[in-house]
Design a protein around this ligand. Sequence first.
Ligand SMILES: [Zn+2]
Length: 405
Amino acid sequence: MTLPRIVIERCHYLAECTEEPGAITRPFASDAMRCAHVLVGDWMREAGMTVRRDNIGNLRGRYAGTRDSTLLLGSHLDSVRDAGKYDGPLGVIVAIAAVQRLHDSGSRLPFAIEVMAFADEEGLRFGSTYLGSRAVAGTLDPADLDRTDREGIAMRQAVRAFGGDPDRVGDDRWQAGPLLGYLEVHIEQGPVLEARSLPVGVVSAISGQDRYTLVFEGEAGHAGTVPMEGRRDALVAAAVFVQAVEAYAVAGDGLVATVGQLSVRPGAANVVPGEVTLSLDVRHTDDYQRELASRHLLDIAAQIAKRRNIGLTTRKDSEKGTVPCSPRLVSALSQAVGDLEHPVLQLASGAGHDAVAMSALTDVGMLFVRCKGGVSHNPAESVTTQDVAVAIDVLSRTLEVLADE
Ligand SMILES: [Zn+2]
């Protein structure tokens, strides 16, 4: 069987490691993850790597080089609920395939390769993302260990039950010498590559993101007796705002803005809505543009509220700056794509990835692989064997380019 077919087949095998029969649900530190580690550990050893599991629960495979620096490759093995087969695992398995090629031809590079199969990127079990990569980057907040899952199990208990020492997750921080960077292969999770008929794309940056909560406060009243004139309907104000967000983002180059949650109080058919709470998510690869857009959108909300005699309170829930990919790694990946005679497209990632957390430790680069319909976080996720073949070739060629530097 060819290597690309083996990669696809392995993604299918991994899909059997799940908490829910008939669906893929693989949370942090679960039996399903233990199952995944058995498989991935075997594949790493088969590719000539020494394998170990760290305290947080990342599986790490190391392929020695001739000098003491290391290039990290990887992605995550955990999933969302009812996930697809490729978001995460594809990056781990393609990385192992690239090492397998080196092993089969008996080659050593002037640097070691360490493949990281991260324990948690999606945050399904504890609502905290990038646990695995943050442990490696040394930015894991010890307070996270006190988070509890839906069954009341604390993260430190879960880590211990999975075989790690929660008091030593600090030791998971990278300490094995100089790093050349971190490269991640991932499905695109968007429609750009498919629209341009390209198998892969080189990520230029991972978009920054602002999250806000807005509360429109009007006045509840009887739907039958309060006349239309003089109503202070919080939901109508919120609805005008939702439309304004869309119109603003459509007009802005590279801007995406979304109201994804909305709750109406008191929420009865015969009551004029008195209060609406909604979320606002704003993303752009340019931090200045993102901040500007957020400010304008909050201004627009204030104007709508004022016009309608409605109260407004806003709260910033989070702000994440854009993570630029390293020009050196972007150039190595782009050269590899060009050497293999595919058109080179650089594109931004609107979704977060382990590379965000790893950027606190070292240079990061990412290669996106076309996925059918741009669909992800869904059992319908699909990639072709041909595109996987291109991804393996590009990653292998990138290793050669970096080795020649
Ligand atoms: Zn992912």
